[in-house]
Design a protein around this ligand. Structure first.
Ligand SMILES: [Zn+2]
Length: 381
């Protein structure tokens, strides 16, 4: 455990040196965002994927999240809402007030106020609470050429707050088709503008896009894989975290040949991920293993456990743990997903464990904080 804290100390020193050397006027950023925190001894992980609020913009109090739910078990965490609001259509569900997208046929729409809500809650925290969080901008429509202007406006309105954008969604089973207006696409220039701007400012990106459509034919190449790789390759300057490695509730790890035994669940999928990890044109891409649905696949059999642990041990710099919890009520909920991975943690090297649970988060979000604060200093008048 002690080596986990050396890098924290180093990160603090580096941030202090860089902010003095590179950023001449950091009064604004300093006021709102101190450097990276010194972790508590019993920290288990940093949460790279966390939603404070749900599909009707309700959720956990941010101070409670830091003090009670992260507590001394989660050192640092991303924090974002959900950009999509479920409409309560009286004509559809009457007096029943839906709180989840599967509970109504009415559309979802982009609720940009989520970013102001997150920023205001963050700014009310004490400095020592703020330093443990990395707020993310989500309230934009990725099918809108003006989306990038929203992101810029949020940075200008709340300098010193945000480290990244996302989780935002292009393809998601049951969700994409419910979104009012233009359908998002991996080939939309609006999305290229967003990723280009993230590269320019240093905003880290958490992108959700299913690798495939639900109930796809076994053995076929996932429908969205090529578009996804092409998109990622167009933005080599941008740090992009692919949420859930493209998996979903029914978008399962794709099967290989028909002869593959039932216990060997996903050889083709493993090959797809491994090829991407090894591809030098995708070295700016990381893979997020958050969500209990992903954990279920990873621990579904002894072979899946062994294969997943082997992948994480082989490429420990490229995977990030996160919970994908939405507005949890208590710490037990937050730790449940972490504990689902126990069989895999048990098969991982100490170095891989440290990186996947803590170190990769620190590397990405420490760099994002420094770069975005520098962009704000140069561009926010
Ligand atoms: Zn999520």
């Amino acid at each position: 455990m002690p080596e986990e804290f050396k890098s924290h100390g180093l990160a603090i020193v580096i941030m202090a040196v860089v902010s003095v050397a590179v950023i001449p006027s950091v009064a604004l950023a300093r006021k709102t965002q101190p450097p990276a925190p010194a972790p508590a001894v019993s920290c288990l992980f940093n949460d790279s994927h966390f939603h404070l609020t749900n599909y009707v913009q309700k959720g956990t109090d941010m101070a409670k999240y830091v003090d009670e739910i992260m507590g001394d078990k989660v050192c640092r965490s991303t924090v974002f809402g959900i950009p999509l609001q479920q409409t309560w259509s009286y004509g559809n569900s009457g007096d029943f007030a839906p709180t989840y997208y599967l509970q109504s046929d009415a559309p979802l729409y982009y609720y940009s106020f989520t970013d102001a809500y997150i920023a205001n809650a963050y700014l009310k925290l004490k400095p020592e609470q703020r330093q443990r969080l990395d707020p993310m901008i989500t309230g934009f429509n990725p099918a809108d050429m003006y989306a990038v202007d929203h992101i810029r406006r949020v940075l200008e309105t709340y300098p010193g707050v945000f480290s990244g954008i996302g989780e935002f969604t292009i393809h998601k089973e049951f969700v994409s088709s419910k979104v009012a207006g233009e359908i998002a696409s991996l080939t939309d220039p609006a999305l290229d503008r967003i990723l280009e701007f993230a590269g320019e400012t240093g905003l880290a990106v958490i992108l959700h896009s299913d690798i495939d459509m639900p109930f796809a034919k076994a053995g076929a190449e996932p429908v969205f894989l090529k578009q996804m790789k092409d998109l990622l390759r167009r933005h080599p300057r941008t740090t992009i975290i692919w949420a859930h490695i493209g998996l979903g509730r029914v978008v399962r790890p794709v099967q290989g040949q028909a002869t593959v035994e039932a216990t060997e669940r996903n050889p083709a999928y493993r090959e797809i991920v491994e090829a991407m990890v090894a591809d030098p044109t995708l070295s700016h891409v990381l893979f997020d293993i958050s969500w209990d649905e992903v954990a279920k696949y990873a621990v579904s059999s002894p072979e899946a456990i062994a294969n997943t642990a082997a992948m994480l041990n082989r490429y420990p710099d490229r995977f990030l743990f996160g919970t994908d919890n939405v507005a949890p009520a208590d710490q037990a909920t937050q730790l449940h997903i972490f504990n689902m991975w126990d069989p895999i943690w048990a098969r991982m090297s100490p170095d891989a464990i440290r990186k996947v649970r803590m170190g990769n988060y620190e590397r990405i979000f420490d760099a994002a904080r420094i770069r975005v604060r520098a962009w704000e200093t140069a561009n926010v008048k």
